[in-house]
Write a new protein. Structure first.
Length: 330
């Protein structure tokens, strides 16, 4: 065989090897990673599924389920975004937009809350840096401001499953069955759910007590009874007929008057169990009421029908137990 023949064969072999390499890169072969339409590789998908499985063991799944049922709507968005590559970190973002014609809130002129849930988790799971957050917004504009880059590639969609987990929806993965996905109350019973925030008996996330101190001075105590986590801020609407005058004492450092209501930015720690409240705050304020000028012996209406709107909650990375036990997180 001549040198020219050998050189020709080598060139042919190199060309074939190059073609095979390109085909493997495009279509996947020999264990190569196949990129899905969202930009996730097989390694990304596996890591994302592990992250979602971890989040399913926290309060995030319970919050997502309860919100879906009470809003009577499936999430408008459920996305898993790669926040950064090194270390591989994912951001789960879920948003709910209710039908404002179904039921208005107790806050006059306001539709039911637009709700978002954001969870950021890295390769070490709950042993490393993570963030779990829930928020209620008064408008779509405020809700959209929470999205950030959640829907930008690389991103895959997700779904809330009835078995207590989240599913990654990828063009390279078989989809979950329709029966496996959580259905809304309306889908199950042909009727809308009832948002607990609309119940005159109160918000399940807080317990409130209003005490009269006399001479138009009052005291509001708010306790965290949330099954989800730490309350970061809230708004309290007084009872009908009451007009707030001002906030007194040290309460003014973290609370202010806003639109005839009291708005507070104060962290109320999560309860250790659902059998006892967690953190609390006391707010001193002055107000006028229809009872101020009531004659002796006249009917006094008290403080019935005051309400709290919880703005945001930092979710805890565990399920808050119903009763105290040996392994209750502190």
């Amino acid at each position: 065989m001549t040198l020219s023949h050998r050189a020709g064969r080598r060139r042919t072999a190199y060309r074939l090897a190059g073609i095979v390499a390109v085909l493997c890169f495009l279509g996947g072969c020999g264990g190569a990673s196949k990129i899905d339409t969202g930009g996730f590789s097989a390694k990304d998908r596996k890591a994302a599924q592990n992250a979602l499985a971890t989040l399913g063991k926290t309060s995030a799944w319970q919050v997502a389920l309860r919100t879906t049922l009470t809003e009577s709507k499936l999430p408008v968005d459920c996305a898993v975004h790669i926040e950064r590559r090194k270390p591989l970190t994912f951001k789960l973002f879920i948003a709910w937009v209710p039908d404002p014609t179904v039921q208005s809130t107790v806050f006059e002129g306001q539709p039911r809350a637009d709700v978002w849930l954001r969870a950021v988790i890295g390769p070490e799971g709950l042993r490393g840096p993570y963030s779990l957050r829930l928020g209620n917004e008064h408008s779509l504009t405020a809700l959209r401001s929470q999205y950030g880059d959640a829907l930008e590639k690389p991103v895959d969609r997700c779904a809330l499953l009835a078995n207590g987990t989240f599913a990654l929806l990828s063009s390279e993965l078989p989809p979950p069955s329709a029966d496996a996905i959580v259905r809304t109350t309306e889908q199950q019973h042909s009727r809308a759910g009832v948002d607990p925030d609309q119940d005159p008996l109160g918000n399940p996330d807080v317990a409130i007590v209003v005490t009269s101190l006399g001479h138009q001075h009052y005291q509001l105590t708010v306790e965290n009874t949330s099954p989800d986590g730490h309350i970061n801020d809230f708004v309290w609407k007084p009872w009908p007929g009451a007009k707030l005058i001002g906030i007194t004492g040290r309460s003014s450092r973290y609370c202010r008057l806003s639109g005839g209501m009291i708005a507070c930015k104060r962290r109320l720690s999560a309860p250790a169990c659902l059998c006892h409240p967690g953190g609390s705050v006391t707010v001193d304020f002055t107000a006028t009421t229809p009872d101020d000028n009531a004659k002796p012996g006249a009917t006094r209406h008290g403080f019935v029908d005051s309400y709290v709107w919880v703005g945001s909650i930092t979710l805890v990375p565990y399920i808050i137990p119903a009763h105290l036990g040996r392994n209750v997180p502190q």
